[in-house]
Write a protein that binds this ligand. Structure first.
Ligand code: SAH
Length: 232
């Protein structure tokens, strides 16, 4: 079932399918661990295939990930970062999350799948940025915060010339408008968002794309309390 959905979905995206056994193993580990801790509300295998794996995979058709240093901010149970790594093994991935249990789970998955060049970090993006400023070619994120907040968490991590790719729903127009000022202050430029349909579904999502055009001023990111209280 899951195999067929992935086979068809990845082929429709013209993506390689050799990662499918690893994705299926990942789904098994996710289902098993989800019994004892809250990792995802999506449990039906067909939905895991579409709403987690194929949604994440869509990014590979919208940006060049080959050999890139990528950070997934607020990765949770590994989305979108881990499917990206499984389907594009050349990338160097950092999975970052503020919840230790989730990071422990990700570490287990990486070991079980024998993934190389993946670093699982327990931490908050705004603190991680103090030591890892402008260290990544790409930052990615799904379902973590509203864009003005998210831009301050993610853009400082991206090298000038790199991009921040934020997975949103198609009704994010208001957030998008509100984020313009933040993106500018953080050294970024808002690109034209790219809508995509999750392979094998009618679900349309939006990839918000910001290019880092100059270094982020040292005063950003601020503490989370300040970011939240007074978004840029
Ligand atoms: N990206 C995943 C998880 C979304 S849930 C998915 O789409 O399925 C949001 C996650 O972001 C949670 O796991 C939470 O711990 C993490 N998070 C929220 N704020 C964060 C921050 N400032 N730094 C790092 N992780 C954060």
């Amino acid at each position: 079932m899951m195999e067929t959905i992935l086979q068809e979905g990845l082929s429709a995206l013209s993506l390689p399918t050799q990662g499918i056994p690893a994705l299926i193993r990942y789904a098994e580990l996710l289902a098993e661990k989800n019994q004892v801790m809250n990792l995802t509300a999506i449990t039906d295998p067909a939905e895991v295939a579409r709403l987690h794996f194929l949604d994440s995979a869509a990014l590979l058709t919208l940006a060049d990930f080959q050999g890139k240093r990528v950070v997934d901010v607020g990765t949770g149970a590994g989305f979108p970062g881990l499917p990206l790594k499984i389907l594009e093994p050349s990338l160097h991935l950092t999975l970052l999350d503020a919840q230790r249990k989730r990071v422990d789970f990700l570490q287990e998955v990486c070991e079980s799948l024998g993934l190389e060049n993946v670093t699982c970090v327990h931490g908050r993006a705004e603190e991680f940025a103090q030591e890892h400023r402008e260290s990544f070619d790409l930052a990615v994120s799904r379902a973590v915060a509203a864009l003005p907040v998210l831009a301050e968490l993610c853009l400082p991590l991206v090298k000038p010339g790199g991009q921040f790719l934020s997975m949103k729903s198609v009704d994010c127009g208001e957030e998008l408008n509100a984020a313009g000022r933040a993106v500018h202050l953080l050294g970024g430029r808002m690109e034209k968002p790219q809508d995509y349909v999750i392979s094998g579904t009618n679900i349309r999502h939006r990839l918000v794309i910001m290019t880092k055009i100059s270094e982020t001023p040292k005063k950003y990111p601020r503490t989370f309390a300040k970011i939240k209280k007074n978004p840029l």
